[in-house]
Design a protein around this ligand. Sequence first.
Ligand code: C5P
Length: 398
Amino acid sequence: MMLDGKHILLIIGGGIAAFKSLDLIRRLRERGAAVTPVLTKAGEEFVTPLSVSALAGSKLYRDLFDLGDEAEMGHIQLSRVADLVVVAPATADLMSKMAQGVANDLASTLLLATDTPVMIAPAMNVRMWDHPATQRNLVTLRGDDIAVVGPNDGDMACGEFGPGRMAEPMEIVTAIQAHFADGPLTGKRILVTSGPTHEPIDPVRYIANRSSGAQGTALATALAALGAHVVFVTGPADVPPPSGVEVIKVQTAHQMLNAVEGALPADAAVFAAAVADWRVSSASDRKLKKSKDGLPVLEFAENPDILKTVAQMGKGRPKLVVGFAAETNDVIENATAKRKRKGCDWIVANDVSPETGIMGGSENAVTLISDAGAEGWPRMSKTDVATQLAARIAQALT
Ligand code: C5P
């Protein structure tokens, strides 16, 4: 089984999503993992110690100053016996304590004392998630090499809608499996951009393109399956982001560039996003109205070229930089010129003329252009393109 012999210390924080952690315990144990649960005081308000302990088939730890626990296994040791510490739900409060190094209860003390990798599944109200303080803490935690799963967008128990829902148990399981995946890309950090970007015209309208995000998503999944830590920077795509990768959602090209720069350094970067070439230079902060004076005139400004920026960054450049080229004619000539112009190592070129059905479809026919020349691949599913490309990336990095 995928998680045989793995020992997970699961810290359950105090949020309504704690009920999902009961299911998470079951799913982890089904896959062969041993789960030692820790329940915070706030967590006890949402799930009972008895159900946590019964499902885990393990003693539950709750109190920093429990003499019995301390005699059995000191809290410092408890923090280190596991192969992975998972915090689910990770409340705003727990994230804040972790970012600041506060240790004033069992959970936060374990998190400060541990030398084991840590993964968090945040869950909180939308406003709390969006608050600059939480976003600052998130950046700090990422910088401390803490893996983050979710949160997802959706309806929340508090009646609001937006990001803040804890990732589903199976998404957390997939992320945990990816963490332990032992493949040629284990220990490598790979950045993948995906999806379209949305460039606002006014608060309700935007410019976009027909990219579904399917190829980027398949590629991120394939890279994670080979053991890579994937940072997936995605615009508003049709397909949901993959599990088992770190997801950063953006809307505009500028936001995508910021997210990419924030996610570096990386061993490789793959730019599968269909970034809008132009944005409206002064997007209106009010909805444009029909007017008798005629039609609105939109002025455009050029967006930053993210691939080119990273490919030509000099110090700190990923070892392998891969771009995509969607062309409708003279595919190889155009893509070869694009590889030179952008300064990237490889271009994955494809013909997106409407008659190919590739844009938004499930298949792709690509040509891999590198300094070795152009290599045409047969038409195959986007998943197969992703698997083969991931294997080539693994070869190039090892
Ligand atoms: O120049 P063109 O858009 O055809 O180049 C496509 C490649 O460049 C893709 O890999 C795409 O992700 C990347 N790109 C980018 N930022 C832009 C435009 C394109 O990263 N602003």
